[in-house]
Design a protein around this ligand. Structure first.
Ligand code: NDP
Ligand code: ZN
Ligand code: ZN
Length: 374
């Protein structure tokens, strides 16, 4: 179909990493509208720590990807925990229709024809395009959800259950899905599943609630005791302040099917201790993605006792997103969200407070319709 509303979108953008905390309202050209594309009028958008790394350009040694786009903006709008209304669909779209409320996470496109795309692993497609900062084959660099509209492939636009309010859906779209996928994959088949969650931030707090909803015993690992009471309210069965209790690993030997690392830095991560407390052949999985020079420091000798595995996990599939939303609807858990009204000042506040660790436990930017007059 022909798109007959704004040819230009508006969003909060930077074109220099030194301005990471001051995105400015900008008009920009969207990507070309394909037959499987969906245009979303954004209603609210979560703020994920990945956006800090991207805006500061800490995952790359190259200039911001948008500087090398073949067409479209040479500036970058971030945002990838989007909830909004479908306002246009391409001719071949069958998964949603105009008027639907849908959610969009950190992935906006993939090839849809490789074994990974056919096997519910489209997040690992070699041609995957993320919702922002990622180049399409035609050279356009994707623009995210701190914006009036986002354009994405229908596969990544998830139907949202009526009973969950948008501000609670938003954090599930990236953070929630990113932890749901490895939790579900790791505890499947375990009779008494036990999960350890490191780093009680946006992802970590959802990992506690999701693990509980999936029937696991959960231990929260945080650097200090400051989040103990909150973690217990979220459902954690036990809490370890790793910076304060040095011998904790002896108490937890042979306990876990999964240790899920949600910390945004490896600087205070005692990986040897975490590997020792896994059950035989079980997994340490990192969803935390630190800056590019951060490394895991570990010796193969650490693995000898239990044959544990170290891995990472990226986002989740459409099938997993749908399962997660269904779990949240049925089980009734909700992310802990502080809302911030959309504006330049609001975007600045959200980014700087997240950067300072001053968030309990996820920000959602709201009031998009009011701000953009849509
Ligand atoms: P938050 O900032 O909300 O939480 C991060 C947590 O990490 C903090 O709450 C803190 O937990 C811990 N932490 C912070 N600084 C340090 C440090 N120096 N050393 C050790 N631990 C630290 O971030 P998010 O939850 O939004 O994101 C977490 C990570 O996940 C980021 O790296 C992000 O890029 C990544 N991510 C990865 C995805 C994937 O597909 N793999 C998708 C989405 C995000 P505490 O105070 O309890 O110690
Ligand atoms: Zn994210
Ligand atoms: Zn593919």
């Amino acid at each position: 179909m022909t798109v007959d509303y704004p040819k230009e979108f508006q969003g909060f953008a930077i074109n220099d990493p030194k301005d990471w905390d001051h995105p400015k309202l900008t008009k920009f050209e969207p990507k070309k509208f394909d037959a499987h594309d969906v245009d979303i009028e954004v209603e609210c958008c979560g703020i994920c720590a990945s956006e800090l790394f991207s805006l500061k350009n800490e995952w790359s040694s190259e200039p911001l990807t948008c500087m090398t786009s073949s067409y479209g903006p040479k500036s970058q709008v971030v945002g990838h925990e989007v909830v909004g209304k479908v306002v246009a669909v391409g001719d071949k779209v069958s998964l949603c229709k105009v008027g639907d409320r849908i959610g969009l996470g950190a992935q906006a496109s993939s090839c849809m024809s490789c074994p990974r795309c056919h096997g519910n692993n489209e997040q690992y497609c070699a041609k995957s395009v993320t919702t922002y900062c990622s180049k399409y084959e035609d050279g356009y660099v994707s623009q995210g959800g701190y914006a009036s509209h986002v354009r994405a492939h229908e596969q990544f636009c998830f139907p949202v259950p009526e009973e969950i309010e948008s501000e609670y859906v938003a954090p599930l779209m990236c953070g929630g899905l990113t932890v749901y996928s490895p939790i579900k994959r790791s505890i499947q088949g375990s009779k008494e599943p036990r999960v350890g969650v490191i780093g009680i931030g946006g992802l970590g707090h959802m990992a506690i609630m999701i693990s509980k909803a999936l029937g696991a015993h959960v231990v929260a690992f945080s650097r200090s005791n400051r989040k103990r009471a909150d973690a217990e309210k979220m459902g954690a069965d036990a809490f370890v302040a790793t910076g304060e209790e040095k011998d904790w690993s002896e108490r937890y030997m042979d306990q876990f099917d999964l240790i899920l690392n949600c910390a945004s830095s490896t600087s205070e991560l005692d990986l040897d201790s975490f590997l020792r407390v896994l059950r035989v052949n079980k997994n340490f999985v990192s969803v935390g993605l630190p800056e590019k020079d951060d490394r895991f420091n570990l010796s193969p000798l650490t693995f000898m006792g239990n044959g544990a595995t170290v891995g990472v996990s990226k986002l989740g599939s459409r099938q997993e997103a749908v399962e997660l939303l269904d779990l949240a609807a049925k089980h009734g858990f909700r992310p802990w969200v502080e809302t911030i009204k959309l504006s330049e000042a609001g975007v600045h506040e959200g980014l700087t407070r997240l950067d300072a660790g001053d968030v309990r436990y996820r920000f959602a930017l709201v009031g998009f319709n009011e701000f953009f007059g849509t």
